[in-house]
Design a protein around this ligand. Structure first.
Ligand code: ZN
Length: 473
């Protein structure tokens, strides 16, 4: 038996900062190297040295381009990593937008005189090591063999199925089976973030029958979302009610995935006459660039979205949509007549143009703020969402009188019920030995682990930060 160790260096007891190390006898492989986030965009802890020597790492596999999965890659490079980075081509392209954007936010948050934890050259160097590999194509990573499966979370997002090189063929020879029969292989699956099916744009997460170990996300391990019909109906209701009051509807929105989903839904609601044609401002240069990447990879969308595209519909645009690239245009939004809708980042109000709009508009009871995405504990977004009456924005105390609405159905994460179902399906093949529940707040992860033990009947636990376990791969 080969010795294989799995270590949890980030994304445990917390949603952000994903960072896992799989060490074989000669190969050391990381899955994700994300930014730790909280009250601020970047948590202090990001500055601490990695728990391992980055020089010793041979490969980095990237599940998707959200900053809590890629944000420390340039630091890894700065600290000596010279291995290879693999992801889908979509993740590679999106990361080219997300990392420089994150760097500018990082710099803006730095206390006076403090140096950033990496610089632009480290970002560039990371891309010189980075290679895009298509979904479902098997590739080698030292003593391991890797294949990516669709995780349905954002454009280009994947799970990694990792086996030991040659293991399958030996078994196949022994049992006289074809190479295609991979069920006998011992494997570990890193789910990354799993999509909340059915998502408006993307395909459902694939199943992972036959996995021996599962490293499973649990962002919503203790909660369920409202269904797909209800979420669209609720979105239309919030937009109509706000328009009726003549108010400003603020939607703090992640530039990646959430914004595209929102535009797609609004485009459809407008076409069906279910919402009024009021001005919608997309005040996020990053979201605009990300939307262009989405347009280029339309073949990754689900059947419904592709059918709408085939009919000639520009699914991310409509006549009342105004996009504002520069900050001058952004200030014009303020003077535009209400009712109006403003979509801006960041999604958790941890920076970005949404802050100026919140400062200006949250004090008026005619206005509404709508949350459609995850709000991390401690973030300004989470405080507003939970009903705090006074917040501090841009050095000013703001008394919140605007309505506060949340629609959970647009979450891009699988909810508790579906995570359990996903695990149960992995159990069906009989090979699953253990589930490591990660990437959730403690309550959420512990709740899900308990449910998996009780209902799916398989060993499940929540690892501690820095914990290492021996696995049989
Ligand atoms: Zn994500």
């Amino acid at each position: 038996m080969h010795k294989t160790t799995l270590s949890f260096y980030g994304g445990v007891g917390s949603v952000t900062g994903a960072n896992f190390l799989l060490a074989g006898e000669q190969t050391r492989l990381l899955v994700d190297c994300g930014l730790i986030q909280g009250e601020r965009f970047a948590h202090e802890a990001n500055r601490e040295p990695f728990a391992y020597d980055p020089v010793s790492i041979d490969y980095l596999l990237v599940t998707h381009a959200h900053i809590d999965h890629i944000g420390r890659i340039p630091k890894l490079v700065k600290d000596g990593f010279i291995g290879k980075i693999f992801s889908t081509p979509q993740t590679l392209e999106l990361s080219r937008l997300m990392l420089p954007d994150a760097f500018s936010v990082l710099r803006s948050e730095l206390p006076h005189g403090e140096m950033p934890m990496y610089d632009e050259q480290d970002i560039e160097k990371a891309f010189s090591l980075w290679k895009g590999v298509p979904l479902h194509q098997t590739f080698s990573a030292g003593e391991f063999e890797v294949v990516m499966k669709d995780s349905g979370h954002i454009l280009g997002s994947v799970m990694f199925v990792i086996t030991r090189q040659g293991q399958g063929s030996t078994l196949n020879r022994e049992k006289g089976r074809t190479l295609a029969d991979t069920k006998q292989k011992r494997s570990i699956v890193f789910t990354g973030d799993l999509g909340n099916a059915p998502t408006p744009l993307l395909n459902e997460a694939e199943t992972v029958a036959g996995a021996t170990y599962l490293v499973l996300e649990s962002v919503y391990g203790d909660r369920n979302h409202e269904g797909e019909e209800r979420r669209k109906e609720r979105l239309a209701e919030v937009i109509r009610a706000n328009a009726k009051r003549g108010g400003v509807l603020l939607i703090p929105c992640f530039s990646l995935e959430k914004t595209q989903v929102l535009l797609y839904e609004m485009d459809d609601l407008l076409a069906k006459g279910q919402i009024p044609k009021i001005p919608v401002f997309l005040d996020s240069p990053l979201a605009i660039k990300v939307t262009d990447v989405y347009r280029r990879y339309a073949e990754s969308f689900n059947e419904e979205a592709r059918a709408r595209l085939r009919k000639g519909d520009d699914i991310f645009s409509f006549p009342s949509l105004r996009i504002t690239m520069d900050s001058k245009a952004s200030s014009e939004i303020v003077h535009a007549q209400s009712p109006k809708i403003i979509i801006a980042g960041s999604g958790m109000s941890a920076g970005g143009r949404i802050l100026d709009h919140e400062q200006r508009f949250l004090g008026d009871p005619k206005n509404t703020i709508l949350f459609i995405g995850y709000q991390a504990v401690g973030s300004l977004g989470r405080q507003i969402q939970e009903g705090v009456k006074k917040v501090r924005i841009n050095h000013e105390d703001i008394h919140i009188r605007a309505r506060v609405e949340t629609i959970t159905g647009y979450s891009s994460h699988m909810d508790s019920e579906h995570l359990l179902e996903f695990s149960a399906r992995a159990v069906e093949s009989g090979a699953l030995k253990k589930v490591f529940v990660v990437m959730g707040e403690p309550r959420s992860a512990l709740f899900l682990a308990q449910r998996i033990r009780d209902y799916a009947g398989v060993d499940a636990n929540v690892p501690e930060l820095g914990e290492s376990v021996e696995i049989e791969l």
